[in-house]
Design a protein around this ligand. Sequence first.
Ligand code: PEP
Length: 259
Amino acid sequence: MSDRTPLIVGNWKMHRDHLEAIQLLQRVAYHLTEEDTDGQTVVVCPPFTALRSLQTLIASDRLPIGLGAQDCHPDAEGAHTGDVSVPMLARLDVGHVIVGHSERRLHHAEDDALVARKARAAVAAGLTPIVCVGEGEAARESGRAEEVVLAQVRGSLADVEPADPAGLVIAYEPVWAIGTGRTATPDDAQQMAAAIRGTVAERYGAATAEGVRLLYGGSVKPANIRSLMALADVDGVLVGGASLSAEDFALIIGHGRAV
Ligand code: PEP
């Protein structure tokens, strides 16, 4: 059993306007028991437009749920139309920020160097970056999954120096498992997580690597959460589709903790 605090993150992607987001978070909270969030961290990442509303809801109802963002710009301010900076997120009590999600790598041509700049900006502002990595189907089928993922880990952490290991999270999300209903087998997820932790150890030393949390993402559901959370090197999950159902997300949180 490690000392790492389990982390369950819901990525709402481009779903729910701010009124719907309030409703969804209230329903998630309604379905949670006090024990469900005891000893683990739960974070939701709504679209930017809902952050302020959820900040207010979380604070006023003292919900045991943290706020995360789905992306950020590496600069603190500037002529970057459409972007949002980390200091702006910090002002909204956002504690985590996803960087390098495969949808951003694919649709916005984000490379490891840009992901590393975003992760550095997050760390500098005291936020925890959730650095996403994952191989595509072709790499998995040709036996190059580990090579591809570990190269992404090295590139996406370039010059990233977290003050403490708990301030860095890496999410392994095989691209072929995102939104497809297909999940990596527990053996494959554990093997990759262990390889990532090994690479983190090469980069920061064994003690830091022991404290960095590794998440699995890709079609996580109430039915598969237990087998994933039971893995030695998987410390939590990044949940897309299932986090849009209050009932399913609450079940994932509850089942994950029970392991
Ligand atoms: C994700 O978008 O990070 C994700 C894992 O999505 P899903 O759970 O829907 O596969």
